[in-house]
Write a protein that binds this ligand. Structure first.
Ligand code: CUP
Length: 151
């Protein structure tokens, strides 16, 4: 358990540049997610019609990307003590947005790459992010199962 705390610390050490501009980094994350994994663009009906070339300037995309990164920031800062944050997120993603669980793994990879380029997260830091997210994703998955969402 001190290992996972070191992982939280390593990622949090590079969070400053991200939280200094959630909109810009959020847009970068979702634009890249939709370019690298085009099927993910269909998950959110309000984004399905945005042309690839228009993503960088799309305010709705920036706003949702900011939301995603703010949630991740809250989870990181809670350092595992995140039941009250994660449960409602998992519930809404199962019952309202219906986001299959693998998409959380895909967005984790993209966040790692964006943080590498914009916040200096190195290979060990990206591995730390994967470790932190793997625990969080396992909790989301357990919730999905309880709710009967195949995910
Ligand atoms: O909120 C929201 O919107 C979410 C966020 C999160 C959750 C959990 C964890 C972390 C974060 N989201 Cu949205 C998510 C996602 C998306 O958008 C996409 C893809 C995947 C995931």
């Amino acid at each position: 358990s001190s290992e996972i705390m070191a992982d939280y610390d390593m990622v949090l050490k590079h969070w400053g540049p991200v939280e200094a501009d959630y909109n810009t980094h959020g847009n970068l994350v979702l634009t890249r997610l939709f370019h690298e994994y085009p099927e993910t663009q269909k998950l959110f009906p309000k984004f399905a019609g945005i042309a690839k070339g228009d993503m960088a300037g799309n305010a709705a995309l920036s706003a949702h990307g900011a939301t995603v990164l703010k949630k991740l920031g809250e989870l990181l800062k809670a350092r595992g003590n995140h039941g009250a944050i994660l449960k409602p997120l998992a519930n809404s993603h199962a019952t309202k947005h219906k986001i299959p669980i693998n998409n959380f793994r895909l967005i984790t990879e993209v966040i790692g790459k964006v943080m590498a380029e914009k916040a200096g997260l190195d290979a060990a830091g990206q591995q730390a992010l994967r470790s932190v997210m793997s625990g969080i994703i396992a909790e989301i998955e357990a919730d999905y199962k309880e709710l009967g969402f195949a995910g």
